[in-house]
Design a protein around this ligand. Structure first.
Ligand code: NAD
Length: 296
């Protein structure tokens, strides 16, 4: 069993850390929010006074933070965590961040004799709780093999996409397609309902027809179609509109660096930005349908 430092115990990191504790790993945790630390302690982890305290004697460091700036601020600089992590430890960053940030932190880790992988996830909070996440990995094969038993305790599928940063690129591709598909699904349902169709009947037809998707079958944006979807609980929980907006912004940045054209990704980014401006930034991203419905 490994001695693991886990930094960032939010909607995703909290249940992921709990699954590592359940698998019998020795877990030292830190988060800026005391309530999140308390929940991890209740799940079997030991509270650390700081991130630097958490990594003392760690074999593995896992981080699950909101965005690039949080990851860079945690690890880099004279007082950054890389200076405190024991030599030889493996660092696994599961946050969704810019590929360039992932490479920058991994390069800085290598300078200090540390191995790092980017391992952003797909599967949402339900997948984090059920330990069924998909890990999308960038880094060396050797580092991934070392990480595999840790990742397996938190997820079901692992995809190795290439060198450092490649996991983030693949994650952004997935989320850009998801953001477009969710907006398209909302638009189709709103059109059908405006013509007097029943949203559930329309969704059931689409779910076995050529437009079938996760957005229709699992996270249907029309309230009441699926009892367990965020739309049926006023869009609470799930994957936040502003996290989708962040990921589409990262996709746009990534497109600029290669000259790729992402017209639908850019359009979707603007739709989620508009939804955020309406005050829906903290709601599940399927609330983007509010832009298309005749009445809110
Ligand atoms: P969250 O905001 O719920 O959690 C982030 C946590 O990080 C918070 O508890 C915060 O206090 C903590 N934190 C921030 N800076 C810190 C620091 N310096 N030291 C210690 N703790 C710090 O976010 P989340 O929903 O758990 O998402 C985390 C990452 O996973 C994001 O990059 C997100 O895009 C990605 N993601 C989220 C989902 C989802 O469904 N929520 C799904 C897939 C991927």
């Amino acid at each position: 069993m490994s001695r693991i430092a886990f930094i960032g115990l939010g909607n995703m990191g909290g249940p992921m850390a709990a699954n590592l504790a359940k698998a019998g790993h020795q877990l030292h945790v830190f988060d800026l929010t005391p309530a999140s630390v308390a929940a991890a302690v209740a799940a079997g982890a030991t509270a650390a006074a700081s991130a630097a305290d958490a990594v003392i004697n760690a074999d593995i460091v896992v981080s699950m933070l909101p965005a690039s700036r949080h990851v860079e601020a945690l690890y880099l600089g004279d007082t950054g965590l890389l200076a405190s992590i024991p030599a030889g430890a493996l660092v696994i960053d599961c946050s969704t961040i810019a590929p360039a940030s992932a490479r920058k932190v991994a390069d800085a880790a290598a300078v200090r004799g540390l191995t790092m992988i980017d391992a952003p996830v797909s599967g949402g909070t339900a997948g984090a709780a059920a330990a069924t996440l998909t890990f999308i990995v960038g880094g060396s094969s050797q580092a991934l093999e070392r990480a595999r038993p840790i990742l397996t305790a938190m997820g079901r599928n692992i995809f190795h996409m290439g060198a450092n940063g490649a996991g983030q690129v693949a994650k952004l591709c997935n989320n850009m397609a998801l953001g477009v598909i969710m907006a398209a699904t909302g638009e189709a349902l709103a059109l059908g309902v405006a013509h007097g169709l029943d949203a559930t009947a329309l969704s059931q037809m689409m779910a076995v027809s050529t437009s079938r998707s996760w957005a229709t079958e699992v996270c249907n944006p029309w309230p009441g179609v699926l009892e367990n979807a965020p739309s049926s609980r006023d869009y609470q929980g799930g994957f936040g509109n502003d996290l989708m907006l962040k990921d589409l912004g990262l996709a746009a940045e990534a497109a600029v660096t290669t000259g790729a054209t992402i017209p639908l990704g850019e359009l979707a980014r603007n739709l989620y930005a508009m939804n955020s401006r309406l005050g829906n930034g903290g709601l599940d991203f399927s609330s983007v349908i509010k832009l298309m419905k005749a009445s809110q």
